[in-house]
Design a binder for this molecule. Structure first.
Ligand SMILES: Cc1cc2nc3c(=O)[nH]c(=O)nc-3n(C[C@H](O)[C@H](O)[C@H](O)COP(=O)(O)OP(=O)(O)OC[C@H]3O[C@@H](n4cnc5c(N)ncnc54)[C@H](O)[C@@H]3O)c2cc1C
Length: 465
């Protein structure tokens, strides 16, 4: 079997890893041609339903950090490692990945192939932009190491946004950055979002706000007359008061209630997970009386995701709504990027057409303007704003069940934006390939999966096969 470079290293973790790679390759090759394949992962943050069963590739051994090199500030990580595991392994070294997605069970491989974003993305881009090399089990059953240069550089630049349709990431070497023990937060309130957008542009250009350095930036649009920008700064000295969110309190309530705050680095990284941003509202756990009774281990995005999965399968809540004469609802779960210049117009129109709030705001800039990511090519000269729209709205009688999701997709396209593909997508094929690097993708497929063992990106993300 052609083992990928670098050659196996000494140490139990690496030896065990190499053995698991060999077993996985054998497992993959044993699946009969023509039979669909999927990753049998313990967790998932995928929102679009799949329509067919497929042979599950057992990747249970591929979670764990193989090595952290504090001198080089890098980590070698098995790709099914969740960010929760990854952060637990790096924080003791005073280090963290350059971008840590908000949900604890997102895996490194999932974030590289399916994109991710967080409040450090205005300076560090997306998770794939701090990957130094990635080891991939390709669709044609090889294991190759893709780097920014060399034989598989095409795969390195084409893997992000490929959603496991070119191959599966098994390990990645990623960059890390230093942390301080605390993060000081400033929640700056604005009226209209145009004022927030102006501040966003200035903060991301200067790396400072009112003379103080800024390391993290995100925000919330609460509605047409209110929005908040949260600016985080590393703090080495113990702050006078440190708050903790999750079991005890709901982070997003604090964004409106406090203008200043301080949290530990770990609490900062997971500030959104315990309430799935604000989506835990639907489960009643934000009511103090209920929250006191719920075990802290249940306050996790993973738990809400599972409950939602059951609802999608069995429709209990929908049946109850029907019984109570409530209108049917359309789940609207979309992450989109728009240029900052269009932030206000998009949110205005979203309010009129869809009526969902709050919306999460997170600035994003391409980290290295000299690099172009073939399947998710963002203009490096633009400051992008990711908008997280996660809720539901009443269905309009007589319209199709995805009316509002379709509207968001079309509007984002009209404004020159991009949309993540983890949720429902509706593009016609021509538009889809124009947006997501069609010609290069076709070339990559013929190089790494010539027999089409894996679904292609359109089949997977739009046709939901
Ligand atoms: C409600 C919701 C909110 C979200 N919010 C955020 C957010 O705030 N910030 C953020 O960064 N992201 C967010 N995401 C997106 C998330 O980062 C991506 O969906 C990511 O791909 C999920 O990673 P996962 O490990 O859970 O992968 P999964 O959900 O298990 O899989 C996602 C896709 O990636 C493929 N895949 C998974 N692992 C690998 C691998 N090792 N190699 C190749 N392909 C693989 C799978 O086949 C699948 O097609 C959100 C998603 C949802 C549903």
């Amino acid at each position: 079997m052609p083992l990928a470079s670098p050659p196996p290293k000494a140490g139990d973790a690496w030896t065990g890893y190499r053995r698991r790679v060999e077993t996985l390759v054998a497992q993959y090759r044993a699946i009969p041609p023509g039979e669909p394949v999927r990753l049998a992962k313990r967790t998932s943050n995928l929102f679009r339903p799949r329509s067919r069963a497929a042979a599950g590739l057992d990747v249970s051994g591929f979670d764990g950090v193989l090595a952290v090199d504090p001198g080089a500030r890098t980590a070698d990580v098995a790709a099914m490692t969740t960010y929760e595991q990854l952060v637990d392994a790096t924080l003791p070294h005073g280090l963290m990945p350059l971008v840590v997605p908000e949900l604890k069970t997102i895996t490194l491989g999932g974030a590289i192939t399916g994109l991710g974003i967080e409040s450090s993305s205005w300076r560090n881009g997306m998770p794939h932009e701090s990957v130094l090399e990635i080891e991939v089990l390709t669709g044609d059953g090889r294991v190759v190491t893709a780097r920014p240069e060399g034989e598989h550089r095409d795969l390195y630049f084409g893997f992000p946004n490929s959603y496991g349709t070119l191959g599966y990431a098994l390990r990645a070497r990623i960059e890390l950055e230093s942390v301080a023990p605390w993060v000081r937060l400033r929640h700056v309130a604005f009226g209209r979002v145009s004022a927030l957008a102006e501040a966003l542009v200035a903060v991301c250009a200067d790396g400072a706000y009112e003379g103080e350095g800024v390391d993290f930036v995100d925000g919330v649009w609460w509605g047409p007359e209110e929005c908040t920008l949260t600016l985080g700064s590393w703090q080495a000295d113990p702050p006078p008061v440190v708050h903790s969110y999750g079991a005890k309190a709901v982070y997003y309530h604090s964004v409106r209630a406090r203008s200043e705050d301080a949290v530990t680095v770990r609490d900062y990284l997971w500030r959104w997970d315990a309430d799935w941003f604000w989506c835990s509202r639907a489960f009643g756990v934000q009511r103090p009386g209920v929250r006191r009774l719920v075990p802290a281990r249940w306050l996790r995005s993973e738990v809400y995701g599972r409950v939602l999965g059951w609802e999608q399968r069995f429709g209990g809540k929908a049946a109850l709504d029907r019984l109570l004469g409530q209108p049917e609802r359309e789940a609207v779960v979309q992450d989109v990027e728009v240029p900052v210049a269009h932030l206000e117009v998009f949110l205005e129109r979203l309010r009129g057409e869809v009526g969902i709030a709050p919306v999460w705001i997170c600035p994003l800039r391409v980290r290295d303007a000299g690099r172009r990511w073939s399947l998710y090519d963002l203009d490096p000269s633009t400051l992008w704003v990711n908008l997280g729209i996660w809720s539901s709205c009443p269905r309009r009688p007589g319209t199709d069940p995805y009316h509002h999701n379709r509207w968001i997709e079309a509007e984002v396209d009209r404004l020159g934006g991009r949309k993540s593909l983890y949720s429902t997508a509706f593009y016609d094929e021509e538009r889809f390939w124009a947006l997501y690097g069609g010609p290069e993708y076709r070339r990559l497929r013929s190089a790494y999966d010539p027999d089409g063992r894996l679904l292609d990106l359109y089949q997977k993300c739009v046709l939901r096969r």
